[in-house]
Design a protein around this ligand. Structure first.
Ligand code: E4P
Length: 218
């Protein structure tokens, strides 16, 4: 499973990318709005320089023509840019246009297996299940991931599924167990995935035993 860091915070991306576990990055308008840098193109280019893989950048207009024109502009910023378009009638048409014009897309704001199926049929390179937001709405986000993966498999569709809106280490682990292609995970959750109380405990014991023994490593 690829891990994409789910933030536009370049300091967090730098910190976590150093671990060598990050395959890409996801931004969205809300994540970008939290940053002090208001130059979106510069932000996307900087992130592309920090992660060696796909970087999702979202269009911010509702109409087909506008989305296609923003998709063309964004895709020219860096070869790793994946253009995010929403799962609307206009967004699906834009995904089809992008596919026909060699632009990779991430059909976003997708919450159901039916939306995943339609995104795949429209030619999306990637699409999502927003697990946390589906759970918040009182449904089962992880079941939607499982069903979406089954649908993509049933019809040998090439679109890759992203587990998005990941809110916990359990979400990340369950998505990996289900064989999700990508999980887009906030930096603080990637950092939590590194940790285990028995690792901390084991390290303390190794240190104490080593120091007591008089062993040397010179
Ligand atoms: C994915 O494309 C989004 O950036 C992200 O996963 C949304 O997560 P949230 O529901 O925590 O905002």
């Amino acid at each position: 499973m690829q891990i994409w860091i789910d933030t536009a915070d370049v300091n967090a991306i730098k910190r976590v990318a150093e671990l060598g576990v990050v395959n890409g990055a996801t931004t969205n308008p809300s994540l970008c709005a939290k940053q002090s840098n208001k130059d979106f193109k510069a932000m996307v280019k900087e992130i592309c320089g920090l992660v060696n893989g796909p970087v999702s950048a979202e269009v911010v207009v509702p109409d087909f023509e506008g989305m296609c024109s923003q998709a063309e502009m964004l895709s020219k910023l860096h070869e790793n840019v994946i253009v995010k378009v929403p799962c609307t009638n206009e967004g699906l048409k834009a995904a089809k246009y992008c596919k026909e014009h060699g632009i990779k897309t991430n059909v976003t704001l997708t919450f159901s297996p039916n939306q995943v199926l339609l995104a795949a049929k429209a030619g999306a390179t990637y699409t999502n299940i927003f697990i946390g937001r589906v759970d918040d709405a009182g449904h089962d986000g992880m079941a939607a991931v499982e069903e979406s993966l089954q649908i993509l498999k049933n019809y040998k569709l090439e679109t890759k599924l992203i587990a998005a809106s990941v809110r916990s280490v359990q979400h990340a682990q369950q998505a990996a167990l289900l064989g999700c292609h990508v999980a887009t995970i906030p930096p603080e959750i990637i950092e939590k995935m590194v940790k285990h109380p028995l690792t901390e405990l084991g390290l303390k014991k190794f240190k104490a035993d080593w120091e007591k023994s008089g062993c040397k490593m010179e």
